[in-house]
Design a protein around this ligand. Sequence first.
Ligand SMILES: C[S@@+](CC[C@H](N)C(=O)[O-])C[C@H]1O[C@@H](n2cnc3c(N)ncnc32)[C@H](O)[C@@H]1O
Length: 226
Amino acid sequence: MGLFSTLLDFKQPYTAGEAWVYDHLIAPGVSSFHGPFLDGQLDALPEGARLLEVGCGGGQLLIELAERRPDLSLVGLDLSEGQVARARRRTARFDGRVRCVVGSALDLPFEDARFDGLISVACLKHWPDPQRGLSECARVLRPGGRMLVIEADRSCRPEDAQAFVESWKVPSPLTPASRVFFRMVVADRAPALDELEAWSEGLPLEEVCVRRVPHAPAIVLEGRRR
Ligand SMILES: C[S@@+](CC[C@H](N)C(=O)[O-])C[C@H]1O[C@@H](n2cnc3c(N)ncnc32)[C@H](O)[C@@H]1O
């Protein structure tokens, strides 16, 4: 396995090199994807709720969630052992309130209706069978539980892609290369809006909304488990 083999096959777990690059250079900018949606998701969660993050990466969002809602019980799941180890180290200070597990979105290791809410950011494009992964996400939600899935947008506007890559922690002379990387390696492997809409049909969800994330090269699927 090469240092950057996931670039060739997005279905593979991140290698250590890719995890480091993503974690340190790109992840800090990804909050622009979920920023406008987290409030609604958190407001809907009752006191002491159980929340699952699918594709937690190095745990940045888990930390934000745990800090914002000290009552929540959080589980982060990721295919990459290295990322889960990193997320575990970073969330250790929450004294067991945040648990991180290795697993796949396609076969979530949880019983039906286990969680009150579910979030997944920038993970769907890696799933070999996105519809199956979305069904799994719905399966582990209790009736009334809310799902929030955010992913890069294949049909994104160039100016939104530009703003996103400018938020990466790379020296500015490399921004043009980052833009090409985002377009050709990330966005081109992500779904377009109509594809995500089609995948959302048939899920056991109500109040489904699929739309673009304002001012970000991303799309979002929100819904409530029937
Ligand atoms: C682009 S990163 C996003 C990480 C984090 N959600 C964020 O927003 O910064 C994608 C993550 O999805 C994970 N991943 C890829 N395929 C997966 C699968 N089938 N099930 C769960 N996680 C997966 C990768 O290991 C990686 O950590």
